[in-house]
Design a protein around this ligand. Sequence first.
Ligand SMILES: [Zn+2]
Length: 290
Amino acid sequence: MNLRLYCLVMMVSLTGCITGSNATFIESENQNSRVRMIVIHYTSENFADSLELLTKRSSNPVSAHYLLPESNDSSYPHGKLKTYQLVDENRRAWHAGQSFWRGKSGLNDQSIGIEVVNLGRCLQQKKSDAYKLLGRNILCSFPKYADDQIDQLIVLIKQILSRHPDIDPTNVVGHSDIAPGRKVDPGPRFPWQRLHQAGIGAWYDETVATNFLSHFSTELPTVETVQKALSIYGYRVEATTVWDDQTRAALEAFQLHFRSHRVDGEIDAETAAILFALLSRYRADQLQTL
Ligand SMILES: [Zn+2]
């Protein structure tokens, strides 16, 4: 049998063929996607500058799998919003940097990065009486995300999840979640709850959170318990039993995601209640250990 005929027969019978690499491809049923996470960023730049930064070589090269423009942007040349793909999903984009989530670090290896055009940004302030946000001496501005842009993002993420169905809801995160203290994007105005309502990512049950709130309003959990709870959920926190910078940074990242109306890096009954409600929904077996 000649090679071409063999190939045709194999395609019909075993879905096997001689590939371009000269290897015979017989697809195993025993496999899954290498992609375990979706990481959401804001660009801090307009569309044109973001596209340049994310696609051209530079001294500090960065990229992402997807770039989502916003319509209220004079540098965006089209009326209707388009989704831009910059890196193949099976290849590694350079968006996460030093990062950690649920025991794993260097998350470019296993994540899809989405850059959403939004001019959120923070400036370090030197004066001690500077406007404080995020519990530090940092001045930030966080413009609202437009509805049509979030609609577009939801469509994109749903498509990604259909191709990589093993992505856990708690593995749809912000850059701030995986790099606390270093990154604040996509910022406190990113609509995580709306994404959850569309079937994307994690959120807590309000009734469960209310029950925990009445408990924690009487007595806050200990520092060690908060540290262990944050760590179980996914954040990089060591149980030092001391309220230290790593704990404050992780709690701030948690608040950015789940309690964004007050982001101060300090534990309070509401933050603790939301954290425990999330554990009871997504980490029920480990909640028992606290
Ligand atoms: Zn980022």
